[in-house]
Design a protein around this ligand. Sequence first.
Ligand code: SF4
Length: 367
Amino acid sequence: MKKNKANSLYIHIPFCESICDYCDFTKLQYFRIFAKDYLIRLKEQLQNEVVDINLKTIYVGGGTPTSLEDDLFLELLKMIEPYSKSVQEYTFECNPESLSLKKIEMMKQFGVNRVSIGVESTDDEVLKMINRHHTFSDVKKVMGLLRENGINNINLDLILGLPNVSLKMLEKDIKNILSLNPNHISCYSLTVHEHTVFYINGINPPSDDFSYEAYKMVNDLLCKNGYEHYEVSNWSKPGYRSEHNLTYWRNDHYYGIGLGAAGYLDNIRYTNTKNLSNYLKGKNKKEEEIVTSSDLEEYQIMLNLRTIEGLDLTSFNKIFNKDLYQEKKKEIDSYISSKHLALKNNHLIPTFEGMMILDKIILDLIN
Ligand code: SF4
């Protein structure tokens, strides 16, 4: 019997119209026959596992949810409807080339109020090179359509460190993105994963120096234009932080439904099977990690320090009966004096420089 209430639900749609050269997500080429059967299993999993219906956030990601044909897209929205009644933030991930007016109207009708668009680059040549099938003008067009239809809360995703993209080109990307005035911008540094085309082709991830310079330039430009750097890779206009993603960073509970989706309920972090044929047979053998009290402490430090909400030392002390500041006084004071951390209202908060070396800070605080 589940004890802790989960306020958030993640739903994974693993299909894509084509596969990008760098992608390591759980995804596969769209085929209607698989998508139809997938939705049947997805509905079963939703009905069997999601017992909290007063959810605060729902995030439908992928893959590419908008790769579903219109009738299947409608079926998906209908199956989520019972869970979306009290939701404050309801996000769909979309690709510009498959986000039609029809789909926007359907999303609006079912209460979707936030859209996250995979832009990745604003340079059409770079987009071709990474096997994306949209152009920057497609992005402009869908943003216009979304706004005309009353969906104004829009995130644009960008990748930092793509091959042959200089800092100058990246600066142009950011200026192009700013010209569209989204409420939220995510910039993730390229990681080259095994089994991707990038890996096979010997593409290197950006160097630490390049990543630092890139993040610094992006951060300066975005902050100058009214965005707040609230998480390592995320910026928002005031009032538009991603509540769903904050669930993860606050170390709160959430459901993960669908192929390869991760969830966290009570003291178990789980990942659904990544094997489509098993999932379609209704066999969802989850990988589970039992979170012990000491794991919980580590997660709390690791996740809370990603955002400018920071790590609340008072509540940490209450939960774990541990005065972290006293235990790690030397390390914490040293990071405060080097301006990597700040202490405000007994919250330990990373600065921009701190976010750039977060792994090191976390290691120092948990070891
Ligand atoms: S569209 Fe997204 S999920 Fe699909 S292959 Fe490209 S990066 Fe991966």
